[in-house]
Design a protein around this ligand. Sequence first.
Ligand SMILES: Cc1cc2nc3c(=O)[nH]c(=O)nc-3n(C[C@H](O)[C@H](O)[C@H](O)COP(=O)(O)OP(=O)(O)OC[C@H]3O[C@@H](n4cnc5c(N)ncnc54)[C@H](O)[C@@H]3O)c2cc1C
Length: 421
Amino acid sequence: MASLPQLSAHVHADIVVIGAGYTGLSTALHAACAGRDVVVLEGGELGEGGSGLNGGQVIAGLKHDPDVLESLYGERIGAQLAACSAAAPDLVFDLIRQYSIECDAVRTGWLQLAVSERHLAPLERRAAQWRSRGADAAVLSDREAAKLTGTRRYCGGWIDRRGGTVQPLAYLLGLARAAMAAGARLFVRSPVSRLSRRSAEWRVETPRNSVTARVVVVATDAYTGQPFGSLSRTVVAVPSIQVATVPLPQVQRASILPAGQSVSDTQRILRYFRLDASGRLVLGTRGSYGDVPIPTLTRAHERAVRELYPELAGLPLEYRWGGFVAMTPDGIPHLHEPAPGLLAGLGYNGRGVAMATTMGRLLARRALGEAPESLGFPVAPVRPIRLHALSRIGARATIRYLQARDALERGFGRSSAGGSA
Ligand SMILES: Cc1cc2nc3c(=O)[nH]c(=O)nc-3n(C[C@H](O)[C@H](O)[C@H](O)COP(=O)(O)OP(=O)(O)OC[C@H]3O[C@@H](n4cnc5c(N)ncnc54)[C@H](O)[C@@H]3O)c2cc1C
């Protein structure tokens, strides 16, 4: 894509979107298609946030099972949340088709696999709940899981055929092109430093210029910072690190994930992996905060590759990178409306490829004036996390503790229930 401009003048728009990840670009695309004049302000370059760095797994559903959503939120809202998240991959693959986005899209399913016999029952219940709501899903035995993955590490699990994979940055760039073709104006290297409201208009300032608009959409997810006040304290940004091997030799490509599914497992600190279009094994897991050198950070990944696929021991890692995932205390993404004309969508808990794209469409519908009650997704009050400044310390300690328990269980060949799902 040709390089994009910086905001270099004071401009006016109907809607200004802050952040050019999937949330912001999907908002911009849907609002521009409805005829609104949209400006997107991105603080860095396209792809610097989670949308350019993620594992490319397109996953239906939220962290909570549909029955749990209904018991937590009541039958009506819970069912709406489940239905909205169930349809999220459809939106991704429909947009890819509609705008001819070249992003190595594959829709052969997402596998969630159990590292222990004790983790099987919750996965079977999950599959049953989704099947009863019409999803194309099935329980997998250990042999079926081994055939689909090429590793005997797993006791079984389930396949959710609503899911798939994309090359994340290519999908992001495709959304950006589609939004611009629909008329949205995108500016990069234009970090928003201040928001203020005068009568019915918002003024969104970058260090040298500004945009005025009636509606502002904050789409900064794990990268939400100071200019957005208490919104930045509604999520905890947790690091996730990935590695990619060199392309696998042909013989191994025939047995490792031959049908192109992606995998998440039930370790407490879950591991997720897939093959990319060049046959690289791309594997991720939670990382650490601070200045830990990346080769130290990725020792766990090297061990995971060896453990899953002993035949790949010694295969060099070609890439190592990471970013931040926004976690919410209730495990649900949040759509907020902190003030009239000010909207925000964030907190995808590691499932933002599909859900951030969907959130963008919800935000666009609300920005166009649709009533909150008709969105089919709750508008949540902004509830800053208490002692948020300490949340990184808490997250770091929790990650270390869970990593140690996973390691112990791997060592002793047993496990308890409750793997992160
Ligand atoms: C390593 C990793 C692996 C992941 N794997 C998966 C996966 O396999 N499947 C899945 O579904 N999800 C995954 N996720 C989560 C997913 O990537 C995110 O949920 C999703 O990309 C969030 O999109 P977004 O548009 O809301 O935010 P982002 O893509 O993070 O975009 C936010 C943007 O806001 C910009 N910004 C911040 N502050 C300002 C400011 N003041 N002014 C202007 N711009 C600003 C940032 O520069 C950034 O570009 C992963 C995340 C990471 C980090």
